[in-house]
Design a protein around this ligand. Sequence first.
Ligand code: SAM
Length: 365
Amino acid sequence: MTCSSFGKCGSCVLWEMPYDEQLKMKSEKLKEMFSEFDMPEIEVVHGSDEHFRARAEFRVWHEGDKSYYAMRKRKEDGRGVIPIEECKIVDKAIYDIMTPLLKEIEKNDNLRFKLYEIDFLSNSKGELIITLIYHKKVDESIAEDIKKLKEKFKNADFIVRKKGRKYVFDKNYLIEELNINSKTYKYKIIENTFSQPNRQMNQKMIEWAMRNSEDLKGDLVELYCGNGNFTIPLSERFNKVIATEISKESIEAATYNAEINARDNITFLAMSAAEFSKLYKDRSPLITKYDLKNILIDPPRAGLDDKSREFVNEFDNIIYISCNPETLQRDLKTLAKGREIKAFAFFDQFPYTNHAECGVILKKN
Ligand SMILES: C[S@@+](CC[C@H](N)C(=O)[O-])C[C@H]1O[C@@H](n2cnc3c(N)ncnc32)[C@H](O)[C@@H]1O
């Protein structure tokens, strides 16, 4: 891939490295990092290195009567943001709308004045939620201006935000369709809640988790379930599933997603991982009715807190999806004791960055 922002934009730090070399470099780094464990071969899973981001956030740079998208500068160029002409890593639907959208905004003082950031969320059908974030007082009078944008960009819904205020024109969610093992799953994805950023890699991660849980029997417990991304397809492999997550909005979406995919063996609960772990410690009937053999965890970058790690360590079989190799390494020091690492995958969710997403299957010896 080439991009006119390469070498200026602080996002694609590996812009000079051919893609196959990036994959090799990142997997070698992981191999080295996890060398203290009895490791299987690292499975390298990648997708397209272009137009892979289904959501993206850009600052807006105003200069005279022109406006530009802006990204943070490269570390070596100091602090702050720089204007960019294009971003090739975003989904094609986002890429195609970026310039014409900004041209329309440039023509309208009310839309342009103190516009600070534009966020994009897209689905596989090319539908978009576009969030305009302002550093000024915004009121409902902006509705007329947004209506004009909506007439021009029929595939987009808009959200206008200002600290503490939010106006939605007309909806704040998309219905995403994922193809997993040749079956279509539908997901409601709500703006400003977590959703997997790379659709193609997400499908591959879910397929990997399904393939590696084929021989697991009984029930599944899940922490950090988000909108039910893994939960819904994986629930077909298990008797009963209990899945938890701290965001109430994500749990609302997950409950809806179970319904539209006709899954009736899942219970979703909005609570933190630590709170759920405490239920287990207190022998709550909410949790003791599940057989605690299999657990799936997909925590944020901080990995597992002490209480949650202790809880996860009660399970025979662990599917760990991690977006931070450092906290994964720390957590495996506990979880790999008495368990075999049956599979280890590196999912390249973010080409041209040093980021590495990993999947680990641990089974009791
Ligand atoms: C990496 S995302 C994974 C979400 C989901 N598994 C997916 O694939 O879309 C991590 C999720 O953990 C949730 N989360 C963050 N801190 C949490 C906590 N302390 N307890 C439970 N969930 C938490 C976030 O809201 C987010 O949805």
